[in-house]
Design a protein around this ligand. Structure first.
Ligand code: SF4
Ligand code: SF4
Length: 347
């Protein structure tokens, strides 16, 4: 265990220095845009560390909203005729600067789907392995944050390689993995501090941040209830009543992983795309026969909450499929709050 002190006057210089070995990704607000989003930072662009968290989660760093899986041609004159070819993509080391701890922890939940003993999604896995996560602790959580109820929290280290803590004129950088250590060295940040004293300071700040989170949810009874008892519960109509199936909650969520595969043909060549999709959209489960097993809104709303709060919990026995970032609550246009649904399911 080691803690490094980074003077803020050395911050920008270190970031630039690290570019010789890393691509940098971080939250950044483009001119004319209302909100910062995670993007690859061009030379001279600094990550915006002032925003508590981005509206759109950083899941797209590893799981882009639209990604080409294969290219193909059916032109018999081509030697590649009828072959599916994976396009070249840059998987060189990438440092994700300023990711919030719960967003980094979300990758660990999504990993359970994309990197399993039976199946390994090479697109997700290659992009994830290229990343070094340099997270920024949350000193002042907002009122939709319930991350302390979800095995995460404002100082959660589980998905991070380095935890940065803002100490006003400097950062304390708690080194969590060898990958994190390598990034700090590449940036030239090597000033060690008294580890015990620094850890004590960080723990005090962590405790102060955690007590600011008033929202608590509990899912211990959900665990004990049967799937059918919850599936047939009479509250789903009430929960779903106001929902307009806009899909905002699933698109913004760092732990939602649903996607759809589509081919686009142009003459004799084409591409196969993996595109985000979401259980709240009617077309997501629409069969080519015309049948839709989730043909009405209440079924789709129930699916979203049952997947996150019951099916995932039962399948992996490692908590719910949610890190408590609060995005779905903050941005739902009709104020559907996952904390209230969890309460109903748990009662
Ligand atoms: S954001 Fe709200 S209204 Fe939109 S699909 Fe989700 S729950 Fe429904
Ligand atoms: S379900 Fe809502 S609170 Fe939970 S991780 Fe997704 S967006 Fe965040």
């Amino acid at each position: 265990m080691k803690v490094i002190k980074i003077d803020k006057k050395d911050w920008v210089g270190g970031l630039e220095k690290s570019r010789s070995a890393y691509r940098l990704v971080g939250p950044f607000k483009e001119n004319g845009k209302q909100f910062p989003v995670f993007k690859e930072l061009d030379k001279g662009q600094e990550p915006d560390l002032t925003t508590l968290n981005t509206v759109i989660s950083p899941k797209s760093i590893v799981f882009p909203q639209s990604e080409v899986m294969f290219e193909y041609t059916t032109d018999e004159k081509s030697e590649d005729c009828n072959l599916l070819k994976r396009p070249e993509k840059n998987y060189s080391p990438c440092a994700v600067i300023g990711i919030r701890p719960y967003d980094a922890a979300a990758f660990l939940l999504v990993q359970k789907n994309f990197d399993t003993p039976d199946y390994r999604d090479p697109y997700w896995c290659d992009a994830y392995e290229a990343c070094t996560f340099i997270g920024m602790a949350i000193n002042n959580p907002d009122n939709t944050d319930f991350s302390t109820s979800t095995k995460s929290g404002p100082f959660d280290e589980s998905g991070l390689d380095v935890l940065l803590v803002d100490m006003k004129d400097h950062f304390l950088a708690k080194v969590i993995t060898d990958k994190g250590d390598a990034y700090l060295k590449a940036a030239g940040w090597t000033a060690k501090v008294d580890t015990d004293a620094a850890i004590k300071q960080i723990d005090e700040m962590k405790n102060k941040a955690e007590v600011k989170i008033a929202s608590k949810i509990s899912f211990d009874n959900i665990e004990k209830k049967s799937i059918m008892e919850l599936y047939e519960a009479d509250f789903w109509e009430d929960v779903a009543f106001a929902c307009i199936n806009c899909g905002t909650c699933t698109y913004l969520c760092p732990t939602c992983w649903c996607f759809d595969i589509q081919d686009e043909n142009h003459g004799k060549s084409g591409k196969r795309f993996k595109n985000w999709d979401g259980c709240m959209f009617p077309l997501f489960t629409h069969h080519s026969s015309g049948h839709n097993p989730r043909g009405i809104k209440v079924m789709r709303v129930r699916q979203r909450f049952m997947h996150k709060l019951k099916y995932f919990l039962d399948k992996y026995e490692d908590g719910i499929m949610c890190v408590g970032c609060g995005r779905c609550t903050r941005f739902c246009p009709v104020n559907i709050d996952i904390r209230n649904v969890c309460k109903l399911m748990n009662s």
